[in-house]
Design a protein around this ligand. Structure first.
Ligand code: MG
Length: 163
């Protein structure tokens, strides 16, 4: 029986004028971007926290502190690759990822396959093991008011068998 570990991730970033919008490693044409120290890719941040959480390796704030100038403006895809290496070093591989993006705008569906391809490449994982769902908050709270984007992710890891 292989050993499995499951992890949960969540992130929210507020919109900010004059920044590019990057989600799932894809630059989306939109009048506003997300505020943050890195490229503020809330989807990748949620996925990384889920991966780290599965192995009880704390969170991305511990691994990539926003006080460290090395991570200023960095592509979160680069951070995701580092987390993937860490997971492998600990003897695990990713089985699958499920995620949800909550935002009123922009529409996520037209970008979904490209996001999956970017994540799959960074994680050396087949795109059919990555799920990206999207929804609005029906006009309620900060997401509904269009002030922020919120993302959630669940990741399943499996212990690599020694060959
Ligand atoms: Mg974040």
């Amino acid at each position: 029986m292989p050993e499995f570990r499951i992890g949960l991730g969540h992130d929210i970033h507020r919109f900010e004028e004059g920044r590019p919008l990057v989600l799932g490693g894809v630059k989306i044409d939109f009048p506003k971007g997300l505020a943050g120290h890195s490229d503020a890719d809330a989807l990748i941040h949620a996925i990384m926290d889920a991966m780290l959480g599965a192995l009880a390796l704390d969170d991305i704030g511990t691994h990539f502190p926003d006080t460290d100038p090395a991570y200023k403006g960095i592509s979160s895809l680069e951070l995701l690759k580092k987390v993937a290496i860490l997971i492998k070093e600990k003897g695990y591989e990713t089985v699958n990822i499920d995620s949800t993006i909550r935002t009123e705008k922009p529409k996520i569906m037209p970008h979904r396959e490209k996001m999956k391809a970017k994540l799959a490449e960074a994680l050396s994982l087949s795109p059919d093991r990555i799920s990206i769902k999207a929804g609005t908050n029906e006009g309620m709270d900060s997401i509904g008011a269009g002030l922020a984007i919120e993302c959630e992710a669940v990741v399943l890891l499996r212990k690599l068998t020694k060959s």
